[in-house]
Design a protein around this ligand. Sequence first.
Ligand code: FNR
Length: 190
Amino acid sequence: MTTHKVGHLIGSLAKGLINRKLAKALVRLAPSELEMSEISFNDLPLYSYDYDANYPPVGKAFKAAIAAVDAVLFVTPEYNRSIPGGLKNAIDWASRPCGSNSFAHKPSAVIGTSPGAIGTAVAQQNLRSVLSFCNSPQMNAPEAYIQFTPGLVTDDGEVTNVGTAEFLRNFMTEFHAFIARVRSVLPKNA
Ligand code: FNR
């Protein structure tokens, strides 16, 4: 069995809220070929290219964590119809210094949840634009705009709605297939 390491980034800096629950659910529902681990970015300072000449240890560690995985899953809230500033800051850190973009050729997928009816759709489109510039091959479909209703996912990541659980399981199955396809033509560090 070929396994793939997947790092997931949770766009929210808030503790214990709905996108963290969704991430837990996705970890539970992922096929066994995907080795899931969270990559935290909470300790990163605000990025400036003044750091490029001498990246601080926290920036190096974040880039190393991205480099160590085969694929990245973004689980993000929507803030003011875009992605939270903390997540954008983390992507900026990983994309630099110029010439060492950690996302290049790294397969990714995007998902998110909000109480609103469009379930982070606009934030996800913004994120897709950023990831395109970062040259990350993205899973185009299925898209996943999850409207969070009270109790939809427990604190432990159990999805209480059967249809939603099946949808999310299929999302992770498709992500596995996408990662395998990308890795068959784009070896790591290509
Ligand atoms: C929000 N929220 C929100 N929701 C949405 O669907 N579209 C939006 O544009 C926004 N904008 C927004 C801005 C800011 C600054 C905050 C704090 C919140 C509400 C948001 O979906 C809700 O707080 C979620 O609970 C955030 O996800 P986490 O942090 O709980 O995972």
